[in-house]
Design a protein around this ligand. Structure first.
Ligand SMILES: *[C@@H]1O[C@H](CO)[C@@H](O)[C@H](O)[C@H]1NC(C)=O
Length: 409
C-alpha cells in the first residue's frame, strides 16, 4: 500500500531531481570544497567577486552551464561546475593564487589542468568544452595495423596490450592514466587477438613510444599500482626537457616559467642529448621553476639575433626570463658540475641582470673596498641593457581572450 508519506517522499525525490538539474553552479566554501574536488573527476571552477562587473556578467552564464552539464552528465562524481566567492573564501582563492576576477580553472582528479579554456564565454561553448574534456581518450586497437599507424605518428603515445578484459584492475588503471595525461600523450589500448603477439601470454604490457626513438620505454613496474604507473608515464609524457616549436611556443609561454633553452643546428643531434642528460642529472629539482627547452636555432633565428649570435655560433644556451634574455657564456662548460645550476641561481639572485647593467661584479674575495667606493665604481661603468625577451612576444596576444591574463569577458 502506498501511504501518504510514501507519496510525499516520492514527491520530494522528484523535486530533488528537478532541483538538481536546474540549480546552477555549486557554491563552494571550506565545508564542501575539498570533498567536491576530491570526489569528482572533473571540476570546472569560476573564481569570482561580486563587485566585479565581469564576474556579474559571467554569473548567469555559469549557472546555465552548470544546468546543461548536469543534464548531460548526471552520473555522480563525473563532473561538477562550481563557483567560489573569493571575497568570502579567501583561503581557497589564495590557495589557487587568484588575483583577477573572474578566473576559470579546470581540475582533473583534484589537480589543476594547465591548459586553459580559450573559447567564448557562452554556456554552449563552455558546455562543449566540458564534454570534450570528458571524452574517453583511449583509442581501441582493432588490428595490429592500428599500432603501426599510431607509431608512425611520432607523437608521444602510451600503448596498453592486454590479454583480455578480465585484467580489470590493470585496464582500469590504464584508463585512469589516459584521463590524467590526455593533454600530453595519446593512448591506445588493445585486448585479445589483435594484440596477442605484442605481449607475453597472460602478461599485459604498457609501453611508451616517444617522438624520438631513444625515448621509447616499457613499464616494468606493477600495473595494478596506479601511483607507480602514473609516475612512470608522467616522466615520459611530460618530459623534463621539451622541444619548442612555433606550434607549441604560445602554450609553453603561458606556463609562465622562465625558459632555459638550448639552441642547436637541426643536424646536430648530440647537443640535445648532452643537454638532456645534464638537466636530468643536475636540475630535476628546478622543474617547477623553469621550463627546459630545446630549439632549432635556424627556425628560432630571431632570439639568436637578439643575443648577437647566429647559426655559426650554435649550439648555445640562453635564459629567456620573459623580460630579458641572457646568454650562458661558455657552451663547452655546460656539463661542468653545477655550471647550469649556477646560471639559474644567478638569474634568481638578479646577478645576471645586474651584470648586464654594470659589467661583471667583483668576486666576493676582492670586495675589500668600502661599500661607498664599490658603488662609485659600479656607477662609473656605463649601464647597458640585456636583450629584451623575444619569447614573451610568442605569448597570447593581449587582444585575444585568455584566462590567465584577462579579467574581463
Ligand atoms: C583542504 O585541503 C587543503 C589542501 O590539502 C588543506 O590545506 C585544507 O586545510 C583543507 N581544508 C579543509 C577545510 O579541510
Amino acid at each position: 500500500m502506498m501511504g501518504g508519506r510514501h507519496i510525499y517522499v516520492l514527491f520530494g525525490f522528484l523535486l530533488s531531481l528537478v532541483w538538481r538539474t536546474d540549480a546552477g553552479a555549486i557554491s563552494l566554501d571550506n565545508s564542501n570544497f575539498n570533498s567536491t574536488i576530491g570526489n569528482t573527476h572533473l571540476v570546472m571552477l569560476n573564481f569570482y567577486a561580486d563587485w566585479c562587473r565581469f564576474s556579474q556578467m559571467l554569473s548567469p552564464v555559469w549557472d546555465e552551464l552548470a544546468d546543461k552539464v548536469n543534464a548531460q552528465f548526471p552520473e555522480p562524481g563525473r563532473v561538477a561546475i562550481g563557483k567560489v566567492d573569493c571575497e568570502r573564501q579567501q583561503d581557497i582563492a589564495s590557495r589557487f593564487h587568484i588575483t583577477k576576477y573572474p578566473t576559470l580553472k579546470l581540475l582533473r582528479n583534484g589537480q589543476v589542468v594547465k591548459k586553459e579554456y580559450r573559447g567564448q564565454r557562452t554556456a554552449d561553448a563552455l558546455a562543449e568544452f566540458v564534454a570534450e574534456q570528458l571524452k574517453d581518450p583511449v583509442v581501441l586497437i582493432k588490428s595490429i595495423e592500428d599500432v603501426n599507424v599510431a607509431k608512425k605518428d611520432n607523437k608521444r603515445t602510451v600503448f596498453g596490450f592486454f590479454e583480455s578484459q578480465m585484467q580489470e584492475i590493470q585496464i582500469s588503471n590504464f584508463k585512469k592514466l589516459s584521463l590524467a595525461l590526455k593533454d600530453d600523450c595519446k593512448f591506445f589500448m588493445g585486448t585479445g587477438e589483435p594484440v596477442e603477439k605484442l605481449h607475453p601470454p597472460g602478461m599485459p604490457v604498457v609501453t611508451f613510444v616517444g617522438s624520438a626513438s631513444d625515448e621509447d620505454d616499457t613499464f616494468l613496474g606493477d600495473l595494478s599500482s596506479y601511483p607507480e604507473l602514473l609516475a612512470w608515464a608522467t616522466d615520459r609524457c611530460i618530459p623534463l626537457v621539451r622541444e619548442i616549436t612555433f606550434a607549441n611556443a604560445e602554450e609553453l609561454t603561458e606556463e609562465g616559467l622562465p625558459f632555459l633553452i638550448l639552441f642547436h643546428a637541426p643536424d646536430d643531434l648530440e647537443s640535445p642529448k648532452a643537454f638532456r642528460s645534464v638537466v636530468e642529472r643536475e636540475l630535476t629539482d628546478e622543474k617547477t621553476n623553469v621550463n627546459f627547452l630545446i630549439a632549432d636555432g635556424i627556425q628560432f633565428a630571431h632570439p639568436l639575433h637578439h643575443l648577437g649570435k647566429d647559426k655559426k655560433d650554435l649550439p648555445l644556451i640562453a635564459i629567456d626570463s620573459f623580460r630579458h634574455m641572457y646568454l650562458f657564456k661558455d657552451y663547452s662548460s655546460m656539463d661542468k658540475p653545477g655550471a647550469l645550476k649556477q646560471f639559474l641561481a644567478d638569474l634568481y639572485s638578479g646577478k645576471l641582470h645586474q651584470e648586464f647593467h654594470y659589467g661583471p661584479m667583483d668576486p666576493p674575495e676582492q670586495q675589500t673596498q668600502p661599500v661607498e667606493r664599490r658603488l662609485e665604481v659600479v656607477q662609473q661603468k656605463s649601464p647597458t641593457t640585456p636583450p629584451e625577451s623575444t619569447f614573451k612576444k610568442l605569448g597570447p596576444s593581449p587582444n585575444r581572450y585568455t584566462l590567465l591574463e584577462k579579467q574581463e569577458l
